[in-house]
Design a protein around this ligand. Sequence first.
Ligand SMILES: [Zn+2]
Length: 604
Amino acid sequence: MLGAVMAVTIISTALSPELPASYQMDVRLDTSEHKIHASERIVFLNPTEDSLNQVCFHLYPNAFRDTSSVLARLDAQAGEYILSGDKAELTVSNITIDGAGLDPGAVTESGTLLYLAIPSPLAPRDTVVISLDFELTIPRKALRFGYNGRGNYILSHWHPILCGYQDGRLVDNEYYPLSEFFSNLSNYDVSLEIPPDFSVGSTGELTLTNKDSSRAVWRAVADTVIDFAFACGPAFQVFQLDTLGIKFRYMLNGENEKFLQTVDNATKYSLAYCSERLFKYPYPTFTLVDSDIGAQGMELPGMNIISFPGGRLKSAADPILWFIIAHEVAHEWFYGAIASNEAEEPWLDEGLSTYMAARIIEMQHDSLQSITILGYTIPINTLDRLFAIMGKAEWPLNLKSWEYPDDFAYSAAVYFRASSVLQTLEQMVGRAAFDSALGGYANKYRFGHPTTAGFQSSMETGLGIDLDSFFAQFIAGTARVDYAIRNLEYKSIAKGDMVSDRGYKITVTVGREFEGILPQKIEIGLNDGAVIDTIWDGAARTAIFEFDANSRPDYARIGYGEGPYALDENLANNSIYLKSFGSRLLTFEWDAVFALELLLTLLL
Ligand SMILES: [Zn+2]
């Protein structure tokens, strides 16, 4: 038991000088009844500037308790789970605060939230010790936790966890179908009692402390994490590797053992890539668990759950695994250690993770950059742009997760448009400047719970430019982007007496088709091989540019840097090529992507 009372006033750790909470849990898994019996003891430090009269817990599993939950009412699939008898239930008992029991009136349960009145106001930076017992009924796979037919368990968002504070405000949102998770960074010291033949992986560092024929007891210790998750079961093949100063643990189902090398390569590459650009991965362990959880992947602190591609996607398993793992590993920073609010500002986490994954994929061998399905080869990194375009910017990026009407609207905005917006910003300012500013954001908010405003000001500082208009148009707003070369003409002009002594006046008409305004580079390729260009602020609906040149033009194109912006929706109008006598020829020089877009629109 972990019952010994510690006199703790400040919760300081190796990673953080001060954390709002420290959890000790004593957990026993009962596999015959699929239940967890546990006690939890929390030292909670008031992280706000105000006195607190209450503390609040998330009891996430209760979203699956009955069909009256907000989640079950909004998500037909969750409702069906519950009706078919796959219920979860988290019940809390024997609550004490600083050793004293609470009056019944001091405990209020509302949906998935539990509020406890504190007997006397808790001053800023003061601590209380909250103790409670809890029992969790584990369902068969329910969204992100449960057990499966192999007898393996995934426990995430499963114990009573304190609602977090952001800028002094209590974040006590319900569990909605599209909302993910936010808590403050905390410490965990957990004793896990499981069957002796089970392997286990968790957030933090695990050590076996006791084992006999009936049970194994593991201790997990985690420093500065937003939650504690674990997976265990009799059916995992476990592979452990010590490298990069990190203990990697891969828990695979037997049939996926053949992907071990891919999993290892993708995990290590992604961790090293993010460590270099953001900050060094702060934890001593990383665990990857193979489980079908109804999503491709799920980020947990120091731990990812990965659903291996099956069916038609099996033949493309390697690139798909890379894509999923790169995304989930990037979450370890944005959701995990930077810990922005995934429920209220999902774009700040999902968008940055999707963007980062695209950067990681771009660095890989060609064979990992595209997937071939039904005979069609699709470059993975065109998918963000494609889904963003399909979403038609109907919803801004910065809504709360539950404000999006459905799954598609949510993912088109917070994953794909967000990634395209970040790519566009990168194109606008240049990769080196973008990377340096993003690294500045990451380091400023390491363990910092930033908001969108913090991201904007951090990027503005790093880039040395004002981003009000950019954020108003593309983060808070729904501006779409399409720029076009409307016309390209030239006149031959005599410059002297000789027939060969001629110059050319070139006229380019450019246009802005949508409301989104971005600076553009207009480039003219001349017949003698020279290239001339000019920068346009992109504000007018139509603009005409004239150039004097010594050679006639072959083409004109509009974009920025290496090509059109990721947000530019129609790439077929970004260039005009001329045949020898001025007749117009459209080409798709910049857009192998364009043909692909047509193809995918047909496929999806
Ligand atoms: Zn994600």
